[in-house]
Ligand binder design. Structure first.
Ligand code: TXA
Ligand code: MG
Length: 348
């Protein structure tokens, strides 16, 4: 597996990128950084490449892939232009692309079957990371890219994470450093008079509502007239982001959260515990708190997956996490924490 190192200060070596782009065009797999997490890229027009992605990730075949493009001029390659776009969808593209927003759009029939299995729509986004944009531009084809982790593991936020999961299974990885956002993109479908969020992310419900001037709701809060049918965003039904360690989340009153954590530390072998909290636990157990001057939600969103992987490597058995209010940027963080905790989330 080849590794191409790209630093922001240094000029990109054109031949490095053109090699990665060639591999993509010719149905090989290349992982690359985006501002959210690393993606596992393959040519979205070729079923052969798409099948390889599912195989490398061991991903269930009915879970659709997000297609990445470099520019809106490439939209005709991925969406069916016969269907008129709602005005609000155009506003969203203008305001949030490039960026961590995936829009569900009517799919172009040229896309490989496996990209959006049995679904009318395809998820599309223009990522903001300069390495991603240059690679996509050089490749010229739309690139299907789920997060570059093995299914069920936390998403990778560094090239080292990708190598840990994918070494020997893919052709190469573009190393563009650590991802700045750290959680996967917001997945949304925009209609004329409202929008639905299937996966919360860095572009929040509140920010979308403000920008689009239409009501924006979470899919899980919609009255399910079609209950029993497969969910609109199939990926949401799978166990996701779970580390080996058991994750426990408490949210609500910060004094009571502290009491719960201290009780847990007293009851278990403290060598096997790690704490993620605004408070300082150093000296007692392994712990993480936000760097000086940074918000807890922002810093933890960026660091969460890296921490979960690191604690696993250190043999931690229980990760105790201070939860956050389930609004604005907190919604994406609580969504991922909830999945990692597999139900061990408690209000105190
Ligand atoms: O930030 C991100 O979105 C990253 C980077 C690499 O772009 N990608 C990512 O992909 O997180 P993945 O495959 O790990 O998650 C894609 C999510 C899944 O929950 C999937 O079900 C949903 O988006 N999705 C993709 N295409 C869809 C479609 N056509 N209809 C409904 N949901 C879709
Ligand atoms: Mg994923």
């Amino acid at each position: 597996m080849e590794v191409w190192h790209i630093s922001e200060e240094q000029e990109w070596k054109a031949e490095d990128l053109s090699r990665a782009a060639d591999i993509l065009r010719n149905d090989g797999l290349v992982a690359f950084p985006t501002e959210t997490v690393y993606g596992l890229g393959g040519n979205a027009l070729h079923q052969r490449a798409v099948l390889k992605i599912f195989e490398a990730k061991q991903r269930p075949a009915d879970n659709p892939l997000i297609v990445h493009i470099a520019d809106v001029s490439q939209l005709h390659q991925v969406m069916d232009e016969e269907t008129a776009l709602p005005e609000a969808a155009k506003v969203a593209m203008e305001q949030f692309w490039p960026g961590p927003l995936t829009l569900l759009l009517p799919a172009n029939s040229a896309l490989a079957e496996g990209v959006h299995p049995n679904l009318r729509n395809v998820g599309v986004r223009i990522p903001r990371h300069p390495a991603a944009l240059k690679l996509l531009e050089a490749a010229g084809c739309p690139v299907a890219a789920p997060s570059a982790n093995k299914s069920g593991k936390p998403s990778p936020t560094t090239a080292a994470d990708v190598i840990e999961d994918m070494d020997g299974l893919i052709d190469g990885v573009v190393d563009g450093g650590a991802c700045s956002v750290g959680l996967e993109s917001t997945v949304a479908e925009i209609f004329d008079d409202h929008a639905v969020i299937y996966r919360p992310g860095h572009i929040t419900r509140e920010v979308l509502e403000d920008a689009l001037q239409i009501p924006v709701v979470y899919a899980e809060n919609l009255a399910s007239s079609d209950s029993g049918e497969s969910p609109q965003s199939p990926g949401m039904k799978y166990r996701h982001y779970a580390p080996e360690a058991k994750v426990h989340v408490w949210y609500g009153d910060s004094g009571r959260i502290l009491v719960e954590m201290m009780k847990f530390i007293d009851d278990y072998n403290s060598a096997e515990i790690a704490v993620i909290s605004e408070r300082d636990f150093t000296g007692r157990v392994k712990s993480w708190k936000p760097p000086e001057g940074e918000s807890y939600i922002g810093a933890l969103s960026r660091e969460l997956y890296r921490l979960l992987r690191e604690f696993d490597r250190q043999g931690v058995r229980h990760v105790l996490v201070q939860g956050v209010p389930n609004t604005d940027m907190g919604a994406a963080l609580m969504n991922r924490l909830g999945k990692a905790a597999e139900g061990r989330v408690k209000e105190v």
